[in-house]
Design a protein around this ligand. Structure first.
Ligand code: PEP
Length: 249
């Protein structure tokens, strides 16, 4: 049985008082015991989130980290710095960082290795752009992204990975992949892992869908056999919407 996960990505939203307001509401909610809830606030709110959630099962996640362990990288945050404030999981490869911060597959492969060497867990994001979807190249693009960043890892390393398929054309656009499109891609990803490693490993990897998941479409998307939950952007900023999604399995 794979982990069912709902992870919220707050991006550059929620300052100190907004974070306090949201998290104090969140800890009072009754959550399903069979769903792992994760939340990625901005760097400046990580420590606060860890403190407020210390008695809860919610995992606090960083939205990024640097590929290097330390050094002259102004404005950057290392794996050790995250761990020091109690954050053991990091999102890598989000499409906004790929597009705006030039994070190539090669850079991401290095970040993955640094995170694993630092004993961190990873939510690894990937997905095709609209042009790739329209030209029918989406399987090819996703295969390349996963192969370059992840397929030289040892089998053991995979217990630290959660995958998040996020078609770029569905992120923050209100456009969602249909449940069939999500299932088709998730099954493809699982088959790639099965071919490269083995089916028993492939069956254990949680693959999340991300891209305009809302309370009104989460259930249908999550009900697909290879979709193990969601990475949620916009809808994770509203406590009622976020909880409705958490309760959508
Ligand atoms: C995301 O940023 O990972 C995301 C899926 O955003 P949204 O839910 O707003 O499309």
């Amino acid at each position: 049985m794979r982990d069912q996960i709902v992870a919220g990505n707050w991006k550059m939203n929620n300052n100190q008082s907004e974070t306090e307001f949201f998290l104090n509401k969140l800890i009072k909610q009754t959550k399903p015991t069979d769903v792992r809830v994760m939340l990625a606030p901005s760097f400046t709110q990580l420590s606060q989130a860890v403190t407020i959630l210390k008695n809860d099962r919610i995992t606090v996640v960083a939205q990024n980290m640097n590929a290097e362990f330390s050094g002259a990288f102004t404005g950057e945050i290392s794996a050790d710095m995250l761990k020091e404030v109690g954050v053991m999981t990091v999102v890598l490869g989000h499409s906004e960082r790929r597009a705006m911060n030039h994070e190539t597959d090669e850079v991401l492969a290095k970040k993955v290795k640094t995170a694993l060497a630092s004993e961190m867990k990873i939510i690894f994001c990937f997905g095709e752009e609209l042009g790739h979807r329209k030209s029918g190249k989406y399987f090819e693009v996703v295969e390349k992204q996963i192969t370059k960043a992840l397929f030289d890892l040892s089998e053991g390393a995979w217990s630290n990975l959660i995958l998040a398929y996020e078609p770029v054309w569905a992120i923050g656009t209100g456009e969602t992949a249909s449940p069939e499109q999500a299932q088709e891609m998730h099954a493809f990803i699982r088959s790639l892992i099965g071919q490269k490693y083995n089916t028993s490993l492939a069956d254990k990897v949680s693959i999340l869908y991300g891209g305009s998941v809302k309370p009104n479409n989460a259930k249908e998307i999550f009900s697909n056999k290879d979709v193990d939950g969601g990475l949620i952007g916009g809808a994770s900023l509203n406590i009622d919407d976020f909880m409705a999604i958490v309760n959508s399995f």
